[in-house]
Design a binder for this molecule. Structure first.
Ligand SMILES: Cc1cc2nc3c(=O)[nH]c(=O)nc-3n(C[C@H](O)[C@H](O)[C@H](O)COP(=O)(O)OP(=O)(O)OC[C@H]3O[C@@H](n4cnc5c(N)ncnc54)[C@H](O)[C@@H]3O)c2cc1C
Ligand SMILES: NC(=O)c1ccc[n+]([C@@H]2O[C@H](COP(=O)([O-])OP(=O)(O)OC[C@H]3O[C@@H](n4cnc5c(N)ncnc54)[C@H](OP(=O)(O)O)[C@@H]3O)[C@@H](O)[C@H]2O)c1
Length: 247
């Protein structure tokens, strides 16, 4: 059983009607970049709890969560209504394996995300470890519409700090923009557009890949990468791919 800690919302950011971030004060145990914490609210007699990736890097005074409001969902529409000062429960112990500790050494790190799945990568990108361990880091964020390509200012800050080592590659599937690749990530792995845009090859000897977000995207990306000779990393059977599915 999770031990709940009473946290306090310090700020809510509304990116679009259904995409929000919460900044929360809560004294939870230390976490590793890429992990998630559980948020909970009382609903009737029960506490409804769900996992949310930490967007902030370890050591920040506030916890930050980026989430989508799922219509009819038991928790996310309630989280989306919390105002500054409201209480929210946070599980005391963060968890999860989408962390650099689980990723074998490599030269290039690819971070592939859809929707809110970008969250854990925004934490990882702001650790010293990511830049100590990899020569180049590629962040891929796929969304339906341009307004959903969130956290652009934070990402621009990473690009400014690492001008030669970092690439941000946005994808849009349901509208067009000259700065974004069109369509879905697996298709762009298959036809070479992703590597062309990154200026890097997906190479089993040089690349490690972390994938997060929509489970169908995770499956389709695994299949597209398998065709290129990359496979899931397991402690007993080393590979190149570490994944987390949000549902
Ligand atoms: C390890 C882990 C980490 C997670 N981190 C995040 C996070 O950082 N941000 C976040 O928004 N969600 C995250 N989720 C999903 C989150 O836990 C909830 O499921 C989600 O917020 C919906 O909660 P709900 O109670 O309203 O509806 P639920 O009953 O939990 O979900 C209803 C349906 O909503 C859809 N759905 C769930 N999550 C998403 C999503 N993120 N985007 C689009 N559709 C979704 C699925 O079809 C799901 O079956 C994570 C899940 C896991 C397992
Ligand atoms: N985004 C919106 O405007 C919107 C508005 C209201 C409600 N919703 C609901 O919110 C939920 C989540 O929407 P979301 O847009 O945050 O997340 P999403 O459906 O996971 O879409 C995010 C990105 O992932 C892509 N994707 C989906 N399946 C994929 C696959 N198998 N392989 C590769 N890429 C894949 C999508 O491309 P495709 O576009 O090609 O699917 C899109 O570019 C959905 O249930 C949706 O109905 C969304």
């Amino acid at each position: 059983m999770a031990q709940w800690i009473e946290g306090r919302v310090v700020e809510r950011i509304d990116w679009t009607d259904r995409l929000h971030s919460l900044r929360v004060e809560a004294p939870i145990a230390p976490f590793r970049a890429g992990q998630f914490a559980k948020l909970g609210l009382p609903v009737g007699e029960e506490i409804v709890g769900r996992a949310y990736s930490l967007v902030n890097p370890p050591g920040d005074p506030l916890l930050e969560f980026y989430f989508s409001e799922v219509e009819e969902g038991p928790l996310s529409p309630r989280l989306a209504k919390l105002e500054a000062g409201a209480g929210v429960l946070v599980a005391s112990q963060p968890n999860g394996f989408l962390v650099l500790d689980e990723v074998p050494p490599a030269i290039h790190l690819w971070l592939l995300s859809t929707g809110t799945g970008i969250g854990p990568f925004l934490s990882i990108l702001r650790t010293e470890e990511a830049w100590r361990r990899f020569q180049r880091v590629v962040l891929v964020h796929a969304a339906r519409a341009a307004a959903e390509l969130t956290y652009r200012r934070l990402i621009a800050g990473v690009a400014e700090a690492q001008p030669k080592r970092f690439a941000y590659i946005p994808f849009l599937s349901r509208e067009a923009a000259d700065y974004a690749l069109a369509g879905r990530i697996p298709a762009a792995i298959g036809d070479g557009r992703l590597e062309a845009r990154a200026g890097l090859a997906l190479d089993p000897a040089k690349s490690q890949i972390m994938i997060c977000g929509n489970p169908a995207m995770v499956e389709d990306a695994l299949a597209a990468l398998a065709a290129r000779g990359l496979r899931k990393h397991r402690r007993k059977e080393p590979g190149q791919i570490t994944t987390e599915s949000y549902w």
